[in-house]
Design a protein around this ligand. Structure first.
Ligand code: VG1
Ligand code: CO
Length: 557
């Protein structure tokens, strides 16, 4: 009979979860004894007594080391007297699908094996993330607790023998662990998720619109987890085989960097420029991010995508009843704020990271939310959801019978246009990046720049306010400090600086710039041209080039 054993281990100092889980080079997990085991045990220990007899969901995005990690979780969960694990077939579950299963099965939580938009493979990244009973990413209070435990862990509990599970075979296997039953149920990766999607959307209406109007679409999974979900969608909507690409999850994402943006999804942009598709989308490794494109690769910024979905909720069955409120992360442009104002509903501004939306959704304060980093979602789950966003867009296209570009044009004519760009400086030396943040913090503290005028490219901007964003959660009152340094100018232009919390080494500096043009202003400009002056001012104020030694960003969105 399989029996739990205590295995002696030693703590690691670096298991602090970032913006979204623990992300490290894959080799860190592979080559350091019990590195994954320590973190998994720390997660289970953080839950406390409730873990005994609980149901947990496990899945990941198909990246290198997934199956081995699932096996370790099975052993440690059994050791900790978990009653049942629900695992995606082959270990595969998209992040939103796991969230859906946790909610539908009333599980205690879920463990996600993903480093999301970070590349995969033995020489890239791996990650582990914990979601709570609401299906959403654990709050900072929980991840802090996990981190504290990981720093002092001396043993973990595991059943090391007799728990063989074939992850490729759907079905339940029950083990007798020292006299108590322990189930591992392998489920179809897409089943529960599609049950939910069919409740939210009118698949028949979308299908017949695409057929009757002979619209072509293309969904690019970037060799990540959305592959099986897009294949299912292709069948459900009777799309042509060419409608899906890169749809087999690969351990190294086929060498792609599974981040759906203008740089890493360049192949999709090029093919749409030369192609005949009316709509295109790409997703990240774990399926929570999406990039939306119209005909000829017309790019919809994630900030605008959120605003358009909010403004067109009447075309989306699930949202038709009306929105209780909306939310966006602070660096996201204020496009959705304008829609909320018109609808007369609240708009919340949160720090970066999906975990901050959870309380608002649980309390019924918001229906949809999004981030500039290609994340959009609603309260149907507690994660951002790439496939959901595509279904929203297809519903809007079917309802309005207009092209993506026409919809955006009409939106700007009604609300004005929020020009937005993000510059990423990846892989910077941490010391230089931290010094830049220190420099900016000092400027904020002294308030010395307030009232000053800055000129570039023949334009002058007056600084009216600057701060380091602080957020008080309206539901539980928790306070999150230092969530991004902001400079606000008289004409509504804005600069935000923050360091990424999802990298696995070094530092990534993110610079967000935006400005607003009213409905009668210049709404058909090129964002990079429109924002050139404010970007120049950002570089001047921050002395970014001097501190990081970087002339150019690595990614521009
Ligand atoms: C980034 C994005 C943030 C997003 C997070 C997780 O965080 O900026 O908006 O929620 O990634 O997305 P950071 O700290 O690197 O800026 V995912 O799809 O990688 O889980
Ligand atoms: Co992701």
């Amino acid at each position: 009979m399989p029996k739990p054993e205590f295995v002696v281990t030693e703590p690691y100092e670096d298991q602090k979860p970032g913006t979204s889980g623990l992300r490290k080079p894959t080799r860190r997990f592979l080559e350091n004894k019990y590195y994954p085991e320590n973190f998994i045990q720390s997660i289970l220990s953080s839950i406390g007594d409730e873990v005994v007899g609980s149901v947990l969901v496990v899945g990941g995005d198909g990246r290198y080391f997934l199956k081995e990690a699932v096996q370790k979780i099975i052993q440690i969960a059994a050791g900790n007297r978990v009653r049942k694990l629900i695992v995606g077939q082959g270990g595969i579950l998209s992040t939103p699908a796991l969230s859906a299963i946790v909610r539908a099965k009333k599980a205690l939580g879920g463990i996600l094996l993903t480093a999301s938009h970070n590349p995969g493979g033995i020489d890239a990244d791996f990650g582990i993330k914990f979601n709570c009973a609401n299906g959403g990413p654990a709050s900072s209070a929980v991840t802090d607790k996990i981190y504290e435990i990981s720093k002092t862990i001396v043993e973990f509990k595991a059943v090391n023998e007799g728990l063989e599970v074939n992850l490729d075979e759907v079905g339940t296997k029950t083990f007798d662990v020292d006299g108590t039953p322990f189930d591992v149920e392998v489920v179809d990766s897409t089943a529960e998720y599609f049950t939910l999607m069919k409740e939210l959307f009118d698949f028949e209406a979308i299908k017949s619109y695409l057929q009757v109007s002979q619209k072509e679409i293309i969904l690019d999974s970037m060799n990540g987890v959305t592959g099986p979900y897009c294949t299912r969608l292709q069948k459900e909507l009777a799309l042509s085989p060419e409608s899906v690409s890169n749809n087999i999850p690969k351990p190294d994402f086929g060498g792609l960097h599974p981040d759906p943006n203008l740089k890493w999804a360049q192949h999709l942009i090029m093919s749409m420029r030369n192609g005949d598709q009316d709509f295109g989308a790409a997703f990240d490794g774990d399926g929570d991010r999406n990039m939306v494109l119209g005909r000829n690769a017309f790019f919809v910024t994630p900030c605008d995508s959120l605003a358009v979905i909010a403004a067109n909720a009447c075309h989306i069955p699930y949202l038709k009843k009306g929105l209780s409120g909306v939310a966006r992360s602070m660096p996201t442009s204020g496009a959705v704020d304008l829609v909320a104002k018109k609808l007369g509903i609240p708009c919340y501004v949160t720090p970066t990271g999906w975990k901050f939306f959870g309380n608002l959704m649980d309390a019924g304060k918001i229906s949809i939310c999004g981030e500039e980093s290609f994340g959009t979602g609603s309260d149907h789950v507690r994660e951002k959801d790439g496939i959901w966003a595509v279904l929203c867009w297809l519903s809007i296209l079917a309802g309005r019978k207009q092209s993506v570009e026409e919809i955006l044009q009409a939106h700007w004519e009604e609300y004005g246009r929020n020009y937005f760009t993000r510059y990423d400086y990846e892989g910077c030396d941490s010391e230089g990046a931290n010094k830049m943040v220190e420099h900016l913090s000092k400027l904020i503290e002294s308030q010395e720049l307030v009232g000053q005028e800055f000129s570039a490219q023949g334009k002058t901007f007056k600084l009216v306010e600057n701060d380091n964003f602080e957020y008080t959660d309206p539901v539980d009152g928790s306070v999150s400090k230092k969530q991004g340094i902001r400079f606000l100018f008289e004409d509504g232009s804005r600069l935000v600086f923050r360091l990424s919390g999802t990298g696995s080494s070094g530092a990534t500096v993110r610079l967000y710039c935006d400005s607003y043009e009213g409905p009668t202003g210049n709404i058909s400009g090129n964002p990079q041209d429109v924002l050139k002056a404010i970007v120049e001012i950002a570089l001047k104020i921050s002395e970014l080039k001097e501190f990081t030694g970087r002339e150019e960003p690595t990614v521009i969105t």
